[in-house]
Design a protein. Structure first.
Length: 116
């Protein structure tokens, strides 16, 4: 099964802040984690996202569609990055998520959603 693994944004990620030395240490740890995912055949793809201030939303379902420029709030509804993993079950996906280095310098959420 494929799952979408979402890294939720934080106030600092939405502000575009990348404090050193956290950035170097985090990037090294994430690189090693991604290498482990690749070696295990789990990794499909991953990417970080620009802050929501660089994004747009489109409201669908109304008679008149409405476009909204970022930034978006609350921050807890915004995604800062993602992976797509190929795993045999949600339990295995959670096992991998538990091994993930902290993706943000402050507490943050990782959300895992099965794909159709």
């Amino acid at each position: 099964m494929r799952v979408l693994v979402l890294v939720k944004a934080t106030g600092s990620s939405e502000a575009g802040e990348h404090p050193e030395p956290w950035t170097s240490a985090m990037m090294d740890a994430m690189g090693r984690f991604n290498d482990e995912l690749r070696s295990a055949g789990v990794f499909v793809m991953a990417a970080g996202l620009e802050p929501s201030s660089a994004g747009k939303r489109l409201l669908c379902g109304d008679a008149e569609r409405r476009e909204v420029d970022g930034p978006f709030s609350p921050t807890s509804d915004v995604v800062a990055g993602f992976w797509i993993w190929e795993v045999p079950s949600m339990d295995v996906a959670m096992d991998w998520a538990r091994r993930c280095p902290d993706p943000m310098p402050t507490p943050s959420w990782i959300e895992i959603r099965p794909m159709h």
